[in-house]
Every structure is written in structure tokens, then in C-alpha cells.
Design a protein around this ligand. Structure first.
Ligand SMILES: Nc1nc2c(ncn2[C@@H]2O[C@H](COP(=O)(O)OP(=O)(O)OP(=O)(O)O)[C@@H](O)[C@H]2O)c(=O)[nH]1
Ligand SMILES: [Mg+2]
Length: 241
């Protein structure tokens, strides 16, 4: 029967990204009574789940980017002989479990998963694409819940939004008290998670000298820059190099 495991030899060679997306989270998060369109408790649980993945999965992502219910993880190396089946199953399973713990859920959740082979030079373009999606999602979800509050049905809201330009949605949301240019950066630009090297000063009691040990810590960047800008480009360059 082993020969029927016909996908087990499928392999992917780094660099690549793995993007996972919460399955049916619209409904799952509704049941939790989270704030709409954005709930910081949920964003924190997502970012913390990624941080736990960095610490405890034994896999070694270079960095990760998350917004809404999706996470992109970037790898320059991979265990399991680069096997697609392993990568595409273990990562969403780990994050599902981590998120369940973070949010103290009583019902199971799951994530779907896909692998995106990328040259190092493609990573920046990939991030521009996902951050553009973050922004689109931000505008349309604020528009959605603003219109819903005016008493329209979900269907009518969807229809209205489809025919509105981004600038019209901005104006609508502004008239209802929210300036979309001034919402928290994590809602507009997403959250980056990465490792940072730093020197930890210490004392060597044997040699009786001050020493510096190189350590790494995990950073959650909630003030993510716009990747299109110089600052954003520099930060990504630093993470990739
Ligand atoms: N209340 C609340 N909902 C959120 C938040 N972030 C994401 N979501 C929900 O998650 C959904 C993510 O969109 P999708 O991935 O397209 O929808 P989905 O229901 O997960 O469907 P599939 O991914 O296709 O299975 C959004 O539509 C929101 O309903 C949040 O901070 N608060
Ligand atoms: Mg989803």
C-alpha cells in the first residue's frame, strides 16, 4: 500500500512562503463575540501563535506577516526533506492548536495552507501584494460594518460596497466618525514577527571579565511600515539579508 502514497515525494526547495488562512473564521469569530471589524484580542492571539511557532515548532521561519485571519511564514530552510505534505500539514496544525490555546476556545478551528515558491528577490513583491490586500480588507471591512449599522441587510451591504470606489467608502466611514488614515497601524499595515539578534552583557566569573553574549529575541512589530516606502523596503531588506 505504501506505493499509493503518491504525493509523498513532492518537494519544494527554499526560499518559499507558506500562507495559512483561517477556515470559516467569519462564523467562528462571530460566535466568540469579537469586536468588528477589528478586535485586538484576536490580532494578539494570531501574533502570539506565530511567536509560539517561532519558539517551539522546531522549524525556523525567517519572519512572518499576519493580518486578519491569514499568516505568511517565510523559510530559507526546511526540515522533513522539504516534503510538501509535511509542510502543508504540520504548519496549519501547529497554528490551529496554538490559536485554540491563546483564545481558550471550546470548539476546534482549522487553517488551510499553501506553499508559494519564491526567489529571494520575489519576497518583497509578495509582501507588497499581501499588504495591498491588508489595506483593501481594511477599507472594505470598515465600509461593510458601517453600512450594516445603517440598517441595511447583509446582501444589500455587499451589493452597495461592490459599486463603491475606495474613496467613496473612505468618505462614508469618515461621516460615521472614523478616519481610515488614522486607524491603528496593525489594522492598515499588518503585523510582522521576526527574530532579532542582540548583545546581552554579562560577567564571566572564571575570567573575571565583562562579556557580551549574542542572543536572539522575537519581535512583534505592530507599527509595521508601509512596505512601498523607503523605511518599509529597508526593513524587509534587513529581514531577508
Ligand atoms: N470580528 C472579527 N472578525 C475578524 C477579525 N479578523 C478577521 N475576522 C473575520 O475573518 C474573516 C476572514 O476572511 P475570509 O478568510 O475571507 O473568510 P472566512 O470566513 O475565514 O472563509 P474562508 O477563509 O474562505 O474559509 C473576515 O471576514 C472576518 O469576518 C477581527 O479582528 N474581528
Ligand atoms: Mg479565512
Amino acid at each position: 500500500m505504501k506505493e499509493r502514497e503518491i504525493y509523498s515525494d513532492l518537494r519544494v526547495f527554499p526560499p518559499f512562503a507558506v500562507r495559512i488562512d483561517g477556515r470559516g473564521f467569519r462564523r467562528a469569530l462571530d460566535l466568540l463575540g469579537l469586536k468588528k471589524p477589528y478586535d485586538e484580542r484576536f490580532a494578539r492571539a494570531m501574533a502570539n501563535s506565530v511567536e509560539v511557532f517561532f519558539r517551539e515548532s522546531g522549524l525556523n521561519p525567517v519572519f512572518a506577516f499576519t493580518f486578519s485571519d491569514e499568516i505568511s511564514l517565510f523559510f530559507f530552510e526546511m526540515a522533513y526533506n522539504n516534503r510538501v505534505e509535511k509542510i502543508d500539514s504540520i504548519i496549519p496544525a501547529f497554528i490551529s492548536s496554538a490559536l485554540t490555546i491563546q483564545l481558550d476556545l471550546k470548539d476546534p478551528v482549522s487553517f488551510d495552507s499553501r506553499i508559494i515558491p519564491l526567489g529571494t528577490e520575489d519576497i518583497y513583491r509578495y509582501l507588497l501584494w499581501r499588504q495591498a490586500e491588508t489595506w483593501r480588507n481594511h477599507v472594505s471591512s470598515y465600509g461593510y460594518y458601517t453600512l450594516l449599522k445603517t440598517g441595511l441587510t447583509e446582501n444589500d451591504v455587499a451589493l452597495r460596497l461592490k459599486n463603491m470606489k475606495a474613496s467613496e467608502i473612505h468618505e462614508l466611514v469618515f461621516r460615521h466618525g472614523t478616519n481610515l488614515a488614522e486607524t491603528p497601524a496593525w489594522q492598515r499595515c499588518g503585523i510582522l514577527i521576526y527574530r532579532e539578534k542582540y548583545d546581552k552583557p554579562g560577567y564571566d566569573p572564571l575570567k573575571k571579565i565583562e562579556v557580551r553574549a549574542e542572543r536572539t529575541r522575537i519581535i512583534q512589530e505592530w507599527n509595521t511600515p508601509i512596505f512601498k516606502t523607503g523605511g518599509g523596503r529597508d526593513l524587509i531588506g534587513k529581514l531577508i539579508s
